[in-house]
Design a protein around this ligand. Structure first.
Ligand code: GLC
Length: 436
């Protein structure tokens, strides 16, 4: 670092970038199961919600039809309530636990989990329809067909996960945040009674080094929450009223707010009905009004809020920096200062958790590692609000991580080593869509 590259080294990097595009395409093809893409074989052998959304952006770089098929498959698993599940179990597989027999979630048209995941899909579909190579008649027809499902899913978030009208979204399970073992969830999850979980066998720690994965006590609580939801028949009102884990997530909130703005733009382009669009605008206003609840002056950041105890998390996470992506600009300068301070503690941006905090672990999943698709969103948001220099630093950092370690699930922010599963679809997709 800090050394200028010679022209030979430049050539070398250019060659490697070209070769990586080919390898990234291969990762998507290897994980392709026909109508959906698995995040990586074995460790995650089904369709995951936000993985598929990002993966569609990757497919779109060389096969637009396949990109659309990815998102159509996901939406075909939507529940009558509007919820789009976090996992769809399209095939039987024994390398993942917990499977459909544990979830007992038969509320939708296909076997699935009973919770959702960060709703980035509307932003992806808007990008497919209105982005650089979009705007064909096919794109218009496909986006039009997806619009109502997206609108119902967004409404579901407001009804099911914000029944008290706070303008910020709660999650009912750490997995619903997509950031499974973030330190933020430790305290709210500690209250969960996991005594009824019984014996079970994890499959993840047979595939990936246990030091990179959540602990056993985390898994016990994950399963206790699944059991509670299943016992309620995944009824949204019962979960909002009685789920022991009920925590406002700045990640889901920012991603939904951005998705609502994109949905509005998409609806306008499609010439949708004024009343329909008014309901989207109403939800945007509601969230704009609520966003600042997550501002935590002591932490100098947006943080999660345990709605059962009223306690705020004590440190920021990578999702704190998604405010700009959500179109919230009041705190941009404070957040950029915060990012500058983080960057003094690790050479690669953006770690998933505050690197100055004692709970930071550079190689344990969401307690430190860098995730390429989170960087893509943070950087996009910062570029939108005129923080081009930081947007660029994050993009270059992500590129360097891939140049160093290829396409793993995530990366160590201190050494650039790969963390978690390998041959990972969303990392490859982000390379194709954003970095190559
Ligand atoms: C892990 C991640 C989650 C992701 C899933 C599949 O559970 O935390 O965000 O969707 O793996 O890649």
């Amino acid at each position: 670092m800090g050394r200028h590259m010679s022209s030979d080294e430049h050539v070398d990097v250019d060659d490697r970038i070209a070769a990586l595009a080919q390898r990234a395409k291969q990762v998507l093809e290897d994980n392709d199961r026909g109508s959906y893409t698995v995040p990586t074989a074995k460790l995650y052998p089904f369709q995951w919600n936000w993985d598929s959304a990002f993966v569609a952006l990757g497919w779109a770089q060389f096969d637009r039809e396949r990109a659309w098929l990815e998102v159509e498959t996901l939406l075909s698993a939507q529940w009558p309530s509007g919820m789009v599940p976090h996992i769809v179990f399209w095939a039987e597989q024994d390398t993942y636990f917990p499977g459909p027999d544990v979830w007992r979630a038969d509320n939708g048209p296909h076997p699935s989990s009973g919770i959702s995941q960060p709703p980035v899909l509307a932003s992806v579909i808007t990008q497919l329809a209105l982005g650089d190579s979009g705007e064909s008649e096919t794109d218009r027809a496909k986006a039009d067909a997806a619009f109502d499902s997206l609108n119902r899913w967004h409404q579901w978030w407001h009804t099911a996960r914000d029944p008290k009208d706070l303008g910020v979204m709660a999650i009912s399970h750490p997995w619903e945040s997509g950031r499974d073992n973030l330190p933020d969830w430790d305290i709210p999850a500690a209250a969960i009674d996991a005594s009824g979980v019984g014996h079970y066998e994890r499959r993840d720690t047979k595939l990936v080094d246990a030091s990179m994965r959540p602990h056993k006590h985390d898994y016990d609580r994950y399963l206790a929450l699944v059991k509670f939801g299943a016992d309620q028949g995944w009824d949204d009102a019962a979960i909002a009223a009685g789920n022991e884990f009920w925590v406002v997530d700045p990640g889901v909130t920012a991603i939904l707010l951005r998705a609502e703005r994109d949905l509005l733009r998409l609806g306008q382009w499609l010439g949708r009905d004024v009343d329909e669009l008014a309901s989207v605008s109403g939800r945007i206003e509601r969230m704009e009004g609520g966003y600042d609840r997550m501002w935590n002056a002591a932490a100098g950041s947006y943080t999660s809020i345990d709605l059962r105890s009223g306690e705020y998390a004590t440190a920021g996470t990578s999702a704190s920096f998604l405010a700009a992506y959500a179109g919230i600009t009041e705190r941009t300068s404070e957040l950029v200062d915060e990012l500058a301070s983080w960057s003094e503690h690790c050479p690669f941006l953006v770690p998933s958790f505050d690197p100055r905090d004692s709970r930071f672990e550079p190689n344990r999943y969401w307690r430190g590692p860098v995730w390429a698709m989170v960087n893509y969103m943070i950087s996009t948001g910062l570029a939108d609000v005129g923080e081009g220099e930081w947007a660029d630093r994050i993009r270059v950092s992500t590129r360097d991580l891939v140049l160093e370690s290829g396409f793993p699930e995530s990366f160590s922010p201190t050494t650039a080593e790969s963390v978690g599963g390998l041959h990972f679809a969303w990392t490859a997709a982000i390379w194709l869509a954003w970095l190559s």
